[in-house]
Design a protein. Structure first.
Length: 151
């Protein structure tokens, strides 16, 4: 696993290829839930599809069978990874909107994960990842810190 791959598509390496295909379709549905796929969401989806060598159609389908797609996630770990990726997509444009939250909540229930602590923990996990990534980008893009001498 390449580090870049981890930063883009997290723990999806633990999924089967058919689970990744299903998840990508669900992610496209999530991105379109607010009727607008942001530039950041699109970049995330393109990178995600590219990393896993999956075809990408950014047009959410009206008649997608979400129940069948969710049925692909047959282990607890696969369900957690799917939800984590959905939440991560929701944060791509800097705002995890109400429509996106409702969609993730509905998916969690359909997956049989009804304990609210699970979603809370996933949100904290994704938020910590997002903050870590943002801080790293800021540090790498910053001018050398004044007053600190590096040998």
């Amino acid at each position: 696993m390449r580090l870049h791959q981890f930063t883009v598509s997290g723990f999806a390496y633990k999924l089967t290829q058919s689970q990744r295909e299903a998840l990508l379709q669900l992610l496209v549905q999530m991105a379109g839930v607010d009727y607008e796929v942001s530039v950041e969401e699109e970049a995330f989806l393109v990178a995600w599809a590219t990393d896993w060598h999956l075809p990408l159609d950014l047009t959410p389908e009206q008649d997608v069978n979400e129940v069948a797609l969710l049925a692909e996630f047959d282990t607890f770990a696969a369900k957690i990874v799917a939800l984590q990726e959905m939440v991560k997509l929701g944060y791509q444009d800097g705002h995890f909107g109400e429509e996106e939250r409702a969609k993730v909540h509905a998916f969690a229930h359909r997956l049989g994960l009804v304990n609210p602590d699970i979603l809370t923990d996933i949100h904290k996990w994704v938020r910590a990842w997002h903050d870590w990534h943002y801080q790293g980008e800021q540090m790498l893009d910053a001018e050398p810190w004044s007053g600190i001498i590096y040998d």
